[in-house]
Design a protein around this ligand. Structure first.
Ligand code: HEC
Length: 111
């Protein structure tokens, strides 16, 4: 296997490992992380409040979601909550990015 091919395989395995593990920090390029943070504050914030402390949608900062499993939160973000205003974000986000957002939400409110 060429060096490049083994690098690619290692990268893919790394991504699968992070997603399967769930609790490990998602690895997102800094620039994409900045875009995601902007999205959380603006788009999610339009319903959950600019400080994410609640609006049309509930408070989604660290303490408010500490009882919820990471897996369940990733699913709500990707698939929404049918029958509620919470939309599905799957068209815009990968699983890893949703995981990054959950990490971000867990840290929010304690800054
Ligand atoms: C159009 C309004 C709207 C937008 C935009 C929105 N949400 Fe929501 N969200 C809601 C509502 C309403 C609920 C509560 C659903 C329910 O009653 O179970 C919710 C629920 C949630 C929950 C579950 C909270 C809990 O306590 O169960 C999470 C997590 C969440 N949203 C994250 C996000 C994220 C992250 C984004 C942006 C990517 C986002 N939401 C954008 C309206 C919105």
């Amino acid at each position: 296997m060429s060096d490049l091919a083994s690098l690619v395989v290692a990268g893919v395995l790394g991504v699968i490992g992070v997603v399967a593990d769930g609790e490990a920090g998602a690895e997102i390029a800094p620039q994409r992380a900045q875009a995601l943070e902007h999205m959380v504050r603006q788009d999610c914030g339009s319903c959950h409040g600019l400080s994410l402390s609640g609006g049309l949608g509930p408070d989604i900062r660290g303490r408010a979601i500490e009882g919820l499993e990471t897996r369940a939160l990733v699913e709500v973000i990707l698939d929404g909550r049918p029958g509620t205003a919470m939309p599905a974000w799957r068209p815009l986000l990968t699983e890893e990015e949703a995981l990054w957002i959950v990490d971000y939400l867990r840290a929010a409110g304690s800054e």
